[in-house]
Design a protein around this ligand. Sequence first.
Ligand code: ACM
Length: 545
Amino acid sequence: MRPLPFIFLCFFALNSLGQQTPSIIPAPVKTEFQSGSFSINKQTAILSDNAGDTATVNYLNDYLKKYYGFTLRTTHKATTNFIQLTSGASGQVVAQAEGYRLSVSRKSIQIHGNSSRGTFYGIQTLLQLLPVQKSTSLKIPAIHVEDYPRFAYRGVMLDVSRHFFDMDFIKKYLDLLALHKINTFHWHLTDDQGWRIEIKKYPRLTEAGSCRNGTIIGRYPGKGNDGKKYCGYYTQDQIREIVQYAASRFITVIPEIELPGHSSAAIAAYPQLSCFPDEPTRPAKNTAWHGDSTRKHVQQAWGVFEDVYCPSEYTFSFLQDVLDEVIQLFPSKYIHIGGDECPKEAWKRSSFCQNLIKEHNLKDEHGLQSYFVQRIEKYLNSKGRAIIGWDEILEGGLAPNATVMSWRGEKGGIEAANQKHDVIMTPNTYVYFDYAQRKNEDSVVIGGYLPLQKVYSFNPVPKELESNEHHYILGAQANLWTEYISNSAKAEYMLFPRITALSEVCWSPLEQKSWDGFKKRLATQFRRYDLWGVNYYPSLEEPLK
Ligand code: ACM
């Protein structure tokens, strides 16, 4: 008789122990199942000597407490029944700070990260080996994992302008990102429908800019206006709390301060920011408006609006002051400056703008947008920060050090890489999670159709790029725009399970990706969503294409 393959024997052994089949998402680089198992129970100790891993030890205990009802003691010495965390460059698997090695034997669990980041991801993998039911003895199969991410940038964006999400939800969001080894939270803090970040020097940004007097009802152009005042913003203390909370999960928060378009909320607070401060705000076409309409106001419907920042010295001083406060709050290397969907009508009819175009020898209004973005880039570079902008920043000439976020498909990303600029891929064709994930969605959505398999099939490196250009693709990001997402249950529903597919797109090597394998693992992941109390679309219950 031919000997059974090793892997088959392992599965057999696991099944005879009555354990669930391990289902690690995102799929690691290398996984070897071994015989035997380890049980985490109340007597298990955590060994950790590295100060950089303290947050991770606390994180592990918080997780165990929350979902299984017990915590583990920490100690410096143990011979059996322990989880040991070590971090540092020695003995590293590959030269990647986020890499780790996880070994589960009968006696112990050992996690070694190339840095504390890696150790944290080793813990994330360990959590995926735990049973999905509450229990006081958590049996884990013996296993050896060596792992590191495919991309350094793994992001998810949340728009809090169209609808506001409270601190508890932002923290839950961060928890869920960490569980998927996502390392970047892009926080879309300003837009036409609400300014959501406290700026001490400009109090009206939140006094006036964080409220709209009503919101359209239903899908654009809507069936009227609800006439309800809608407000919300984060204080600077709250922002610091979120940045800290994210950091303890090795997540960087990148704030987005939109310019020069999508700026109606700022203009409502400080009309001088417009080239036409005395003109009242124009509502979106064919939409119902609530309240006064004789002055500048925060927008009440969704869309792209012509009243944008005027490229005046007043505006540049304002933006520099705002950015000064923003960089004090966010330690991220990158500040996202928006740059998308800036209509040029106001600049075309403004004699100030037309003179500026002549004075600076600019080609046209696209050149003026480029001038605008380049000034802001220069300012942020002088403060040691780099900018990210949506792919429209390519129009009229790219700012010299800008990273481009490709959203209108992959074209902008390809062009930026050709110009030797870094790129983050976030094409609406693959990762716009506000699009419908089923054909007949129950609730109102913005449109589109983006089923799970389409997300899973995404390769962030466009085939058009030469191999020597691949390194410009820093990674990928999903975007959750919230025009039609007014509460956290819906936000979760739109995110899950697509975020789980994204995590594998961003992390796993191409050769480990398998749609059939992913679907099998997803069944267990759904039980994890239940454990975490996450609302999701149970896509496996419908035939997947
Ligand atoms: C975008 O979706 N307007 C970046």
